[in-house]
Design a protein. Structure first.
Length: 304
């Protein structure tokens, strides 16, 4: 199975009348949900509260075929994200101090079973301790033959210690086999140079593959061996962009698993057609997500 590690929270999204409505979200949960809906075996390492929002999150996971076996359960409140939409583009304000996700320690996480083929790390859970340090330690503890993918989904306004965050991301990127960054993310991580130069800086940090997304301009895959592939964004009537990048991550992981390439060594051997197939599935899945409100990834049958 694929095991995702990071936040599960409630997105408070304004409706047409401006009233905020709770939707299950969180970047890492969204990736796990998208994987489950695409038919891939997946579980989520996260914090689940005993409050009503926690029950809503758990039911959403179950309905989308995401295992809850690796959740750390507590009586702490659920993290909330207030979503602000400007012509469909989402920005966020997070409320997570002392919550079920933020306060996860190493002792809260069940042992990772040998059946886990790959792990995905990302989202706001990488921003601030204690959960950020807990997840970094978990990633660094994984065996070298277990594929690691990371998507920091950088939120500079949420980070309490920028120097510590940058150090944490550098260590995670150095361990990851696959790193996904948006053009905004890579601009924060590598301030100087054009996108191609920035991509090379990230690849020199250690990953075997960099996935670079540029919104409506499409996405590019860069391998450390120099192989590259690109896919244009699929045209869609955009309702909002909530969960689009998370769905893209799931599409990439699903495509690699279906191709028998969900191992570190296999990533190195991917050719342009294989990379193009991966990007095509990912961009098509993301296009469905942006066409409807909130993080609502497609089911496999919707992509047939």
């Amino acid at each position: 199975m694929i095991l995702c590690a990071g936040e599960a929270l409630i997105d408070m999204i304004p409706n047409a009348d401006g009233a905020y409505v709770p939707h299950v979200g969180g970047a890492v949960l969204n990736t796990a949900v998208a994987l489950g809906r695409l038919g891939e075996p997946v579980g989520l390492v996260t914090g689940l509260s005993s409050d009503p929002f926690g029950a809503q999150i758990e039911q959403h996971m179950i309905d989308s075929h995401v295992s809850t076996d690796h959740a750390a359960r507590s009586d702490r409140n659920t993290t909330l994200a207030m979503v602000h939409l400007d012509q469909g583009q989402a920005t966020y304000s997070f409320y997570d101090i002392g919550t079920a996700t933020r306060d996860i320690e190493a002792a809260d996480i069940p042992a990772i079973p040998d059946t886990v083929e790959a792990m995905f790390f990302g989202g706001i859970s990488l921003c601030n301790p204690p959960v950020a340090d807990t997840l970094l330690d978990l990633a660094l503890a994984q065996p070298s033959d277990r594929l690691i993918m990371a998507d920091p989904n950088i939120r500079p306004g949420f980070v309490s210690d920028h120097a510590g965050y940058r150090t944490r991301l550098t260590r995670l990127i150095g361990r990851a086999d696959i790193v996904k960054l948006s053009d905004d993310d890579i601009g924060w991580l590598v301030p100087e140079g054009d996108l191609a130069a920035k991509a090379q800086v990230v690849l020199r940090m250690g990953p075997r593959m960099l996935l670079l997304t540029e919104g409506s301009k499409g996405a590019t895959a860069h391998l450390n061996n120099g192989t590259q592939a690109r896919a244009e964004a699929v045209k869609a009537q955009v309702v909002d962009t909530v969960g689009a990048g998370d769905t893209f991550n799931a599409g990439c992981l699903a495509a690699l698993r279906r191709a028998g390439a969900l191992t570190p060594d296999a990533v190195d051997t991917l050719d342009v057609p294989a990379l193009t197939d991966m990007l095509t599935l990912a961009t098509h899945a993301a296009a469905v997500t942006v066409s409807r409100a909130g993080a609502n990834p497609p089911w496999a049958k919707e992509l047939d």
